[in-house]
Design a protein around this ligand. Structure first.
Ligand SMILES: [Cu+2]
Length: 276
């Protein structure tokens, strides 16, 4: 299975190799292209405006260079004509960049990111981050959360089947974290006292990064999980290997040995909250 996890970004050669342009993580999701489109549009328009500004600057530097017989003129630049011109440029940028990407973003939210799947084959997963690890919970055979057959795999291990919509609900065990899947272009805060949600669908198998995107303490930088996208059969056999009995044997492995007990109860989870 292909491994798409990020390179060792702490290495000095990697830093210099990507100094000018770093490839974004490969998009392997149904709707990630929407986020990329917004970014590409912004880059393109801003790139064009940047080119025009630099060209104008170069032209005026040349045109008004110091020369014999040329006397500098002092101007406050606050005439009616100047104010109209500056205001016009501001509006041009506002309507060609901000207004357009706002429109694109709301269309994407409506059509995809806030349009939760209503089909039968949805995979539901509860996610509870803690300082500094990811806990995942699957409903188990009875399809209900908060019951004895819930499946809690070992920490930082999330598996999903490919080409299947996945709905995730997130609640924090302690402080604010943020569930971030770079290859799927999605990110959602875990806010204490709230249950938040998102959904996505994978279009390729592989192993991908799960990152925390909210500074949550001194080991935030190494709060890393692994998302394995696999075939339906492989996913089902992984689930059956993680029956509740076995996952409780794994319980002792929770947390770093040199850290204090995390305090997370072994039967954590909540009744699935329908989010409108
Ligand atoms: Cu965190």
């Amino acid at each position: 299975m292909k491994n798409y996890q990020s390179k060792n970004i702490n290495s000095i050669p990697y830093f210099f190799s990507g100094f000018w342009y770093k490839d974004p993580p490969k998009d392997v999701s149904l709707d990630g292209y929407r986020i990329d489109n917004v970014i590409h549009y912004t880059d393109l328009v801003i790139g064009i405006y940047f080119g025009i500004v630099v060209a104008a600057l170069a032209y005026f530097i040349f045109k008004y260079r110091a020369s014999l017989g040329h006397k500098a003129e002092y101007d406050h630049g606050n005439s009616r004509k100047n104010v109209m011109f500056t205001g016009g440029l501001g509006l041009l940028v506002f309507f060609s960049v901000d207004a357009v990407i706002e429109k694109m973003a709301f269309k994407d939210l409506k059509e995809a990111f806030w349009n939760f799947p209503k089909t039968e084959n949805v995979i539901r997963i509860e996610v509870m981050p803690q300082q500094f690890a990811w806990n995942f919970c699957y409903a188990g055979p009875d399809n209900e959360f908060g019951t004895d057959d819930d499946i809690i795999p070992s920490q930082n291990q999330m598996h999903i089947p490919v080409n299947t919509p996945v709905v995730v609900q997130i609640a924090s065990w302690d402080v604010i974290h943020s569930f971030y899947l770079p290859n799927f272009r999605i990110k959602q805060d875990a806010t204490p006292g709230m249950i938040t949600a998102l959904w996505f669908q994978a279009t390729e198998t592989g192993v991908f990064d799960i990152a925390c995107a909210e500074l949550c303490g001194n080991s935030h930088y190494k709060m890393k999980g692994f998302l394995t996208v696999e075939s339906e059969e492989d996913f089902q056999s992984w689930l059956s290997e993680n029956t509740p009995e076995e996952s409780q044997d794994d319980w002792d492995d929770w947390g770093d040995e040199d850290e204090e007990d995390t305090g997370v109860p072994e039967d954590w989870g909540w009744a699935w909250k329908e989010i409108k």
